[in-house]
Design a protein around this ligand. Structure first.
Ligand code: LLP
Length: 415
């Protein structure tokens, strides 16, 4: 559910006509709905009400400071993957004690920063990383809170680039090897074993793999308990898929029903790391038609947003729904490729898509862009990055100004 809807023939975000925003700040622009972000966060919170829990929103999905601030004010924790993301959480008023640090390549300085800020957990990805965390903690005279991210060898049934729970992926510690590492960690005076973690992938549309992974992890929790290694929490990662067109999804309520019952028996605190489920359908990308052309049998609509603004179609062949911002019921329907100005054939937002006829100057909304949209944007082809706007009822705020050409070469120098 989201708060982008047509009223009187004009697409709105909450109570604001998208055309108003385009006229004021230009295009391309990312537009987020506060009501949608909050609704999704509360849906997850309510779904987990049966157990003590913390929602650690995955910052990488959409890391704008105002979005993080809004979630922090709801009481959200955060899942981070770099010192940069930690800095964002702190700047936005997020609580480091409700923040977990994921990722396969944490540098020593990032580990030290996390320890100095008192993070809730470092989610450990390998034996080597555990040893480095211990060394860094010892040098600081601290005890590092650690959870092992186990790889349960479960197929999440998602795009191979975003599946992380198979033994062949770079993520996590083989579940068979985790017990020994837990013993090592529990014996260290510079490590404090706090939990266990797994994250098997993203855009997951089936409950079964999520439950299979949790059951495998809980099996290990039982063995650890029998050895006297008691955990505070189980972190089941993120991964809930959203509807980009008409896919059936696993609702937070469904997930909650199955997970709470399982976790309650172990007396554990539950952590989840949703990203897409919260931000995905809470954002659109607003773009304007630059021109149209035909090449052979193909028709193209060229818009002012490109793969540098939204890379998901190019990278994963991802589908994003598109709609004209101002409805024209008399426009004939056409099958077109919607493409950007970047010099790559992979620069498309939609291929072979049936849309009402579009003319230069028309506005188009690209849906489902709140997660992994702006956060994956680049300045490729020296295109300044888009503005970001947060709509809140009838009010709207620029939460990131459009980059300027000067921003493009910030930090560069002529010799
Ligand atoms: N926790 C960890 C450890 C993760 O690696 C991720 C996402 C999440 C949580 C959040 O997952 P979510 O709830 O959003 O599925 N760029 C890709 C998605 C990459 C996901 C990376 N990890 C895309 O555009 O589809």
């Amino acid at each position: 559910m989201h708060h982008f809807a047509v009223r009187d023939g004009h697409l709105h975000a909450e109570d604001v006509a998208l055309a108003t925003i385009a006229d004021a700040v230009g295009t391309p622009t990312y537009i987020y709905s506060r009501a949608t972000l909050e609704r999704h966060w509360h849906a997850m919170d309510a779904a987990l009400a049966g157990v003590p829990h913390t929602i650690c929103y995955s910052v990488k999905a959409c890391s704008n400071l105002a979005v993080l601030q809004l979630l922090a004010r709801l009481g959200s924790g955060f899942d981070i993957v770099s010192a940069g993301e930690l800095a964002r959480v702190l700047r936005a008023g997020g609580d480091p004690a409700r923040t977990v640090f994921s990722g396969v390549g944490k540098r020593d300085d990032e580990i030290a920063l996390a320890l100095r800020h008192g993070l809730l957990s470092l989610n450990v990805e390998s034996a080597g990383e555990l040893a480095r965390i211990e060394q860094v903690a010892a040098a600081l005279g601290l005890r590092a809170p650690v959870s092992l991210r186990v790889n349960p060898d479960v197929d999440a049934g998602t795009h191979p680039y975003i599946a992380t729970g198979l033994r062949t992926s770079k993520f996590g510690i083989d579940i068979g090897a985790a017990l020994d590492l837990y013993r090592l960690a529990a014996a260290s005076k510079h490590l404090r074993v706090v939990g266990i973690d797994s994250h098997i992938g993203s855009q997951i549309l089936e409950l079964a793999p999520l439950i299979e992974a949790i059951d495998k992890v809980l099996g290990l929790v039982g063995r650890l308990a029998r050895e006297g290694i008691a955990l505070h929490h189980i972190d089941i990662g993120g991964g809930l898929g959203i509807a980009y067109r008409d896919e059936a999804t696993v609702t937070p309520a469904e997930l909650g029903r199955h997970v709470c019952e399982r976790v309650r028996g172990h007396g554990l605190h539950l952590i989840v790391e949703p990203g897409r489920m919260i931000a995905g359908n809470a954002g659109i990308l607003l773009t304007r038609v630059v021109g149209t052309k035909h090449n052979g049998a193909k028709a193209f609509v060229i818009v002012d947003a490109a793969m540098n603004d939204l890379i998901r179609p190019a990278l994963y062949d991802a589908f994003h729904a598109l709609a004209p911002v101002v409805a024209n019921s008399t426009a004939p329907w056409e099958v077109v490729d919607v493409v950007g100005p970047v010099c790559e054939s992979g620069d498309f937002l939609a291929r072979d898509r049936s849309l009402p006829h579009l003319d230069p100057g028309d506005l188009v909304a690209v849906f489902g862009c709140g997660a992994y949209g702006f956060s994956m944007a680049s300045t490729y082809n020296s295109r300044p990055r888009a503005a970001e706007v947060l709509v809140d009822g009838a009010a709207w705020h620029v939460i990131r100004r459009r980059e300027t050409v000067g921003d493009l070469w910030r930090g560069e120098r002529l010799l």
